[in-house]
Design a protein around this ligand. Structure first.
Ligand code: TYD
Length: 400
């Protein structure tokens, strides 16, 4: 196929079979769902890693149920971002900040008192309404040039446009970047945060591959992409969220000052951005799935009760690629009220609230939200549960 950044030919590196989109939680287990292939491909020209088959955003996001969890890890990350932005002089009390894919507004809430005005944009209607009602004004639309022009007409240009964990959720990033360019003030900045493909490869996080993740960004690919929109990456930061993330700061103009971190990061990337590393990543995925399946089935045969923890998109890929269903894991615990009472796609595992006693205390939790491992284990122990053990699937299957 072709690279959706630079149009060069791509090469397949990982095939995880077919499944319904990971966040299509079912109302009933009998509900029929369409499956679509999960295939990862690589562009040797601009070093882009992308999903081969993409679904239209309209299909994925209008009835989206993902609500950013309340998490100490995320809160610390938001505070660190704000302090970086203030320290680097990118925002002050005169700034207008727009966050795209702002969900229920956790990050924007951290800017209150620091900037003049902030505005969210999110196409998931229920979630945008919830944010607006809670005091974070949110435009319930897809972010494109039209939405950007309407925002400029009403509020003026933005000193900072933020797109955290959403650029990769578009089959083509070009419309969103053109929209960001429309919205940004002449000397404004664009902050893009994404799960970092180098962490994905290094830690064998094959469960980061699901239909919403249409791109697996590196600095190398991001630079190539931004260049096409007349922008350059001026700085990069690493962040310990979502299994390892990267924050790109971009400004207009292809020439101009750039942090030393950009060159350092590009050099470090070359070790993982090659076909050998990607092939190894693919065989690691097979190995992890084999180990996990063998372990879960053995525990099940011994009569042990196993629940999953975290109705994550990652979990859907993990369970479906591994072939684990509700026959062996009947329930998945999750703190999100919108998800509770629904069923994971394909595996048909029922989602139940945290601390719900009626389904029994499991001998093991499979940590499908392994990115919140420490937080979740501490929470379970603090609730008085000192007996359940934890199966951590990534980077390699371990029992704690
Ligand atoms: P997330 O890691 O954002 O996953 P993905 O991007 O793969 O969908 O989702 C975390 C999920 O875990 C979310 O549905 C909420 C849930 N969760 C809990 O149930 N309890 C917790 O303490 C935390 C931190 C998360």
């Amino acid at each position: 196929m072709t690279c959706r950044i630079c149009a060069a030919r791509t090469r397949e590196v990982l095939h995880l079979g077919s499944s319904p989109p990971a966040n299509w939680l079912k109302v009933a287990p009998e509900e029929e769902q369409e499956s679509y292939p999960l295939v990862l491909e690589w562009c040797a020209s601009c070093l882009n890693v992308q999903l081969r088959d993409t679904l239209p955003a309209e299909v994925l996001y209008r009835d989206y149920l993902y609500v950013t969890p309340q998490s100490a890890t995320l809160e610390a990350h938001y505070a660190a971002l704000v302090s970086y932005l203030v320290g680097a002089g990118l925002i002050d009390e005169r700034a207008f900040v727009v966050e795209v894919g702002s969900n229920i507004g956790h990050f924007l809430r951290h800017l209150a008192g620091t900037v003049r005005r902030s505005l969210g944009v999110d196409p998931a209607r229920q979630i945008a309404d919830q944010a607006t009602r809670s005091g974070i004004p949110t435009v319930p639309e897809f972010f494109n040039r039209q939405t950007a022009s309407l925002i400029v007409a009403e509020y003026g240009n933005a000193e900072l446009v933020v797109a955290r964990h959403c650029l990769a959720h578009n089959a083509s990033p070009h419309e969103m970047l053109a929209a960001a360019s429309t919205l940004m003030a002449e000397d404004g900045h664009l902050l893009i945060e994404n799960a970092y493909v180098i962490n994905t490869i290094e830690y064998g996080e094959f469960d980061q591959v699901y239909h919403e993740h249409m791109f697996y960004y590196s600095l190398s690919a991001m630079r190539a992409l931004l260049r096409l929109h007349g922008m350059r990456v001026v700085d990069v930061l690493r962040a310990p969220v979502h299994g390892g993330s990267i924050v790109f700061l971009a400004a207009r103009g292809l020439d101009g000052p750039v942090s030393h971190r950009v060159d350092e990061c590009l050099t470090a990337e070359s070790r993982y951005l090659n076909i050998e590393a990607l092939k190894q990543f693919a065989s690691g995925a097979q190995q992890t799935a084999r180990h996990l399946r063998a372990l879960v089935l053995a525990l099940h045969r011994q009569g042990r009760l196993i629940h999953a923890y975290g109705a994550t998109a990652k979990g859907a890929t993990l369970l479906n690629y591994t072939g684990i269903t509700r026959d062996v894991i009947p329930y998945c615990v999750d703190s999100t009220p919108l998800k509770q009472g629904r069923f994971l796609p394909m595996s048909n595992i029922e989602i139940i609230p945290e601390g719900s006693a009626e389904h029994g205390r499991p001998d093991f939790y499979l940590l499908t939200a392994w990115n919140y491992q420490e937080e979740i284990i501490a929470k379970v122990r603090a609730s008085g549960n000192t007996t359940s053990r934890f199966i951590v699937p990534i980077p390699v299957v371990r029992v704690l």
